[in-house]
Design a protein around this ligand. Structure first.
Ligand SMILES: [Zn+2]
Length: 260
């Protein structure tokens, strides 16, 4: 049977980080993804170390969501460089935080076919992994499955990046539903044989182009996902990205207990 750590997307501003972690702990949450989506707002090694120590003491697994402004397959080399710099910046702060994963949106097709885009993105992931190794940062790059059909990041594309580079991955179950109009549980199970899974979840509004926006997580959606995960034998972190990430994480944790 799988084990699951539930937790919210978002730690809040630096001044509230400790009290928020204490609140998450009180609620029984065991994970938190820090949203650097609009920039890495924890700036100093000191702040990161203090927050990281408290998270460790409270047994909350930290991860980071890298900025949205990333495209590892841009036609403009300087945009690729800037993207790598942003991701590596997250890795450095993540290292001081004791975060083990940096989740990021890999990029766009930029008028290329899937396999051409994939070659370019792999190259850039490998380069970043070299820098991470050189700096001895204990952190994993996790490209995410994307919810829009015209954005790089299908189940197969992400699984292929993992296979070819040895990087980590983030399975966003809401994005999968939006991208395929199906849950694709069996395909996901086959594509990611690894023991450790990092996942995102929430309700989602979508149309034929895919994701429109995240919405509150309905109980039946949680149940559907958790029943599937229960049958597996994985160590899973599920980050909830709904408009009420803390409340919905607690709800997921309670539903998980019932179906255990
Ligand atoms: Zn994301």
């Amino acid at each position: 049977m799988s084990t699951i750590k539930f937790g919210p997307a978002g730690l809040g501003p630096v001044k509230d980080a400790i009290s928020n972690l204490e609140e998450f702990h009180r609620l029984g949450l065991k994970a938190c993804e820090i949203a650097f989506t609009y920039g890495a707002y924890i700036k100093t090694k000191e702040d990161a170390s203090v927050i990281g120590k408290v998270a460790k003491k409270l047994e909350i697994a930290l991860s980071i969501h890298a900025p949205y402004y990333i495209n590892l397959n841009s036609k403009e080399p300087e945009k690729i460089e800037a993207s790598k710099k942003r991701i590596l910046g997250c890795c450095e702060i993540g290292h001081w935080l004791g975060a083990k994963r940096v989740v990021f949106h890999p990029g766009f097709y930029s008028n290329m076919k899937s396999d051409e885009a994939s070659i370019k993105i792999k190259e850039n992931i490998v380069e970043m992994m070299t820098v991470i190794k050189k700096n001895k940062w204990d952190i994993e790059l996790c490209p995410e499955i994307m919810g829009k059909v015209n954005v790089f990041g299908s189940i197969d594309e992400i699984a292929d990046l993992v296979k070819e580079t040895g990087c980590g991955f983030c399975i966003d179950f809401a994005h999968v539903l939006a991208r395929y109009n199906e849950h694709k549980f069996e395909e996901i199970k086959k594509a990611f044989p690894q023991k450790k899974w990092h996942a995102h979840f929430s309700g989602i509004e979508y149309n034929e182009k895919g994701e429109r926006h995240h919405k509150p997580t309905e109980t039946k959606e949680w149940k559907n996902l958790l029943k599937f995960l229960k049958e597996l034998d994985k160590d899973i972190v599920i980050i909830c990205e709904s408009p009420d990430p803390v409340g919905d994480s607690v709800a997921g944790k309670e539903i998980w207990k019932e179906i255990e």
